[in-house]
Design a protein around this ligand. Structure first.
Ligand SMILES: Cc1cc2nc3c(=O)[nH]c(=O)nc-3n(C[C@H](O)[C@H](O)[C@H](O)COP(=O)(O)OP(=O)(O)OC[C@H]3O[C@@H](n4cnc5c(N)ncnc54)[C@H](O)[C@@H]3O)c2cc1C
Length: 295
């Protein structure tokens, strides 16, 4: 096995162009497991650890540009205000050791339907910056996942960064696992309220071949909040609306039975998580509105 260690981004792109089958390695928390278990035996490993750009982030007016290899620990420590959904999800990833190494770029590269970054990226709104020696393209995250553990990257492309919309309202992430920590999600759900546009967005994890948004549930809730005048009234979301939202979220999933849980359990858990995250985010929204009025 050849081991390439580019020192710069340009060298990394040149190496990927020359060796399109090279497997990039960032934190290594997926790649090393696959190699150790002999699930993968790449001819070439492309180590990205010396490429400093990938470990940086920039907070802009509307988005955060998060370097592909920024570890979860940094997201939790530095970006909880701008990216609260992603920071909540990052807290649930693995153990401190995994959070110190593992990255959002690696989660996207692996493209597991159970990856915890995906629901909050879908809910916030994000684009993946995919780069090759040929140029750069921004891929909306919902188009990035193309199948189970498959993504839209071309063989010569690397993820440089993820551009994630800064929170303009409350966000939540909820995950069901077979134990409290160090657990791959049985299913997961992310919800973001967007008061600026009076819309909501969602992300479902581990309950379909790829991470998905619950489109019909989003449309229903966005319309219901508007029709009931809830953004301005200071009232709670009626239980009938919350119930219907939860039903639609579950209907948008296409889960399977596997060792971690049955399809029926996953749909049930999604209903519960959808209702709870709606309650939590709406309470926070009302609290923020009250504080703004008193200030
Ligand atoms: C004990 C343990 C617990 C875990 N718990 C969780 C968990 O709770 N939730 C969860 O979501 N995951 C979990 N994981 C999986 C893993 O930690 C995450 O998927 C993590 O985000 C991977 O990031 P990484 O930087 O380590 O990726 P790597 O292992 O370095 O790479 C992962 C994949 O992405 C590709 N890749 C990496 N960087 C790039 C790039 N810049 N451009 C293109 N492709 C790239 C690699 O080639 C590989 O295919 C766990 C893993 C372990 C070992």
């Amino acid at each position: 096995m050849d081991f390439l260690r580019p020192a710069t981004w340009e060298e990394a792109l040149a190496a990927k162009a020359e060796h399109p089958t090279a497997v990039p390695i960032a934190g290594g928390t997926d790649v090393m497991v696959e190699i150790n278990f002999d699930h993968r035996r790449p001819d070439v490993l492309l180590d990205l650890n010396r490429v400093g750009d990938l470990y940086e982030w920039e907070v802009g007016q509307e988005t955060v540009r998060l370097g592909a290899a920024v570890p979860y620990t940094r997201v939790i420590e530095a970006l909880g205000r701008e990216l609260p959904g992603l920071a909540l999800a990052a807290r649930t990833v693995g153990s401190p050791q995994i959070r110190n190494r593992g990255s959002v770029g690696g989660n996207l590269g692996a493209a597991s339907p159970a990856g915890d970054s995906h629901p909050p990226l879908l809910a916030a709104g994000a684009e993946v910056e995919a780069v090759s020696a040929r140029g750069t393209r921004l891929i909306p995250v919902e188009e990035f996942y193309t199948g189970v553990k498959r993504n839209a990257l071309a063989p010569d492309e690397l993820i440089r960064a993820v551009h994630i919309a800064k929170a303009d309202g409350p966000q939540q992430f909820s995950k069901v696992g077979t134990r409290n920590a160090m657990v791959i999600a049985v299913c997961a759900f992310g919800l973001a309220l967007h008061p600026a546009t009076r819309t909501v967005r969602t992300g479902i994890g581990s309950a379909a071949p790829t991470p998905v948004r619950a489109g019909t549930a989003e449309e229903f809730l966005t319309a219901a909040l508007e029709e009931e005048g809830l953004w301005d009234s200071g009232r709670t979301v009626p239980p009938s609306v919350a119930r219907q939202f939860a039903e639609l979220v579950a209907a948008c999933a296409s889960p399977i039975d596997d060792v971690r849980g049955s399809a029926a359990y996953r749909r049930h858990a999604l209903r519960v998580m959808a209702r709870r995250t709606l309650g939590w985010t709406w309470d926070e929204y009302l609290g923020n509105e009250r504080s703004a009025r008193c200030a």
